[in-house]
Write a protein that binds this ligand. Structure first.
Ligand SMILES: [Zn+2]
Length: 344
C-alpha cells in the first residue's frame, strides 16, 4: 500500500492561508525582537563636531566654516593654507573638500553654510542583539534633512541597520542596529562611533529646504535632480527678493536675468560688493545643467562629481550672498523705492 502524498491534498486556498500565517509569525517574531532591543544610550554626551574644510592644493585641514570667514570671502579676502602657504578662497577650498579623499567624513562641509551641523556620539553594541538608536535623543531634531550617517565600530562587532519586510530607503530619525560579529573573536560587546550630519528643517524658508534637498541628491550622485532642486531654491530667493526692485526699474527679467542683470544693479545701488565672477559663472553653469536635464533628461557632456560639487557650493554661497544683502537693508525694498532710486 502506497503512502499518501499529503502535499497533493493541500489546495491553493490552504496554501495561501499557510503562507499568510507564516508571514504573520515572521512579523510577530521581528516585532518581539525589536521590542527586546535595548535603547542605545551614548557612553558620553554627544558632541557637536565642526567639520574642517581642506586646502584645495595639499588637502590639509585649512579651517572651519564660520560667519566671519563667509563675510571675509564676500569682501574678497583670501585664505592662506597653514601647511603649504598657498592662497585660496573659501569657495575653492570648500568645493574641493566636497570631493576630496576624506569626503567620506567631510563631504557635507558646504552644507554648514546652510545651517547644517554634525554630531558624534559613542554607543555600545552587543553581539547578536538589537540596539535602538533615536537620533533625536542625540540632539538631532526629528524633522531634519539627514545628509550622512556613519557607523564606525571600535571593536569586532559591526552595527548593521535593520528593516522589516520592506526596506526603508529614505533616511529616518530612528534606527535598529544589529550587532554583527566580525571574525571569530569572542567578545560580547564593543563601542562604536556614530556621526550624523543634518540640516534642521526651516519651515519658513522654502529655499533652504530646496538647497538641503539638493545636497542630499548631490551625495546620492543624482546630479540632474540636484541641479533642479538647487536652482528651484535660488530662483525662489532671487524672485522673492528682487521682483519689486526689478519692477521699480521697469525691468522685465527672465529667470537667469535676475542674476545676470537685476542683482548686479541692486548691489551697485546699495554699495554691496557683487558676488565674485567665478561664483556667478558656476551658478550659471548649474542653471544651464538644470535646463539641459529638465528638457532632455541628460546632463551636459563631461559633467562630473567635481563640476557638481563646485556648482552646488557656488549656489549655496550665492544664496548666502543674497540673504546677506537683504539683511543689510533695514526694510524690504518696495517698487516705489526702486523707482525713486532710478530717478535720483
Ligand atoms: Zn595647502
Amino acid at each position: 500500500m502506497s503512502g499518501i502524498d499529503w502535499s497533493k491534498m493541500i489546495t491553493a486556498d490552504m496554501q495561501r492561508e499557510l503562507d499568510h500565517r507564516r508571514e504573520l509569525e515572521q512579523l510577530e517574531h521581528q516585532h518581539r525582537q525589536l521590542e527586546r532591543a535595548q535603547r542605545g544610550v551614548p557612553v558620553s554626551p554627544p558632541l557637536a563636531f565642526p567639520l574642517p574644510f581642506l586646502c584645495d592644493r595639499c588637502h590639509s585641514a585649512c579651517g572651519v566654516i564660520s560667519e566671519d570667514l563667509i563675510e571675509a570671502y564676500f569682501e574678497g579676502e583670501q585664505i592662506a593654507c597653514l601647511s603649504c602657504s598657498e592662497a585660496t578662497t573659501l569657495r575653492r577650498a570648500v568645493s574641493a573638500t566636497m570631493t576630496a579623499p576624506m569626503a567620506v567624513f567631510f563631504g557635507t562641509v558646504a552644507a554648514e553654510m546652510l545651517g547644517a551641523s554634525t554630531r558624534v556620539a559613542t554607543l555600545t553594541i552587543r553581539k547578536h542583539e538589537f540596539t535602538e538608536v533615536d537620533f533625536a535623543a542625540l540632539g538631532v531634531p526629528a524633522d531634519s534633512t539627514l545628509l550622512k550617517v556613519n557607523y564606525t565600530p571600535n571593536g569586532p562587532i559591526m552595527p548593521l541597520e535593520t528593516h522589516g519586510n520592506e526596506p526603508v530607503w529614505e533616511p529616518r530619525s530612528k534606527v535598529f542596529l544589529y550587532g554583527m560579529p566580525l571574525g571569530d573573536e569572542d567578545q560580547a560587546e564593543c563601542q562604536f562611533s556614530l556621526l550624523i550630519s543634518y540640516i534642521p528643517h526651516s519651515p519658513e524658508e522654502a529655499s533652504v529646504c530646496s538647497l538641503a534637498q539638493a545636497y542630499q541628491l548631490f551625495l546620492a550622485g543624482r546630479w540632474g535632480q540636484m541641479a533642479i532642486s538647487a536652482i528651484t531654491g535660488l530662483e525662489l530667493t532671487l524672485k522673492q527678493y528682487l521682483r519689486a526692485f526689478a519692477a521699480g526699474r521697469n525691468l522685465e527679467p527672465k529667470d537667469k536675468e535676475y542674476l545676470t542683470q537685476v542683482y548686479p544693479q541692486f548691489c551697485d545701488l546699495y554699495g554691496f560688493a557683487r558676488p565674485e565672477d567665478d561664483l556667478v559663472e558656476r551658478v550659471l553653469r548649474l542653471w544651464g545643467s538644470r535646463d539641459r536635464f529638465a528638457h532632455t533628461g541628460r546632463l551636459p557632456e563631461g559633467y562630473s562629481r567635481d563640476s557638481a560639487a563646485g556648482q552646488l557650493c557656488a549656489a549655496i554661497l550665492l544664496f548666502r550672498h543674497l540673504r546677506r544683502s537683504m539683511s543689510r537693508l533695514q526694510t524690504p525694498i518696495s517698487s516705489e523705492q526702486a523707482a525713486a532710486s532710478r530717478s535720483s
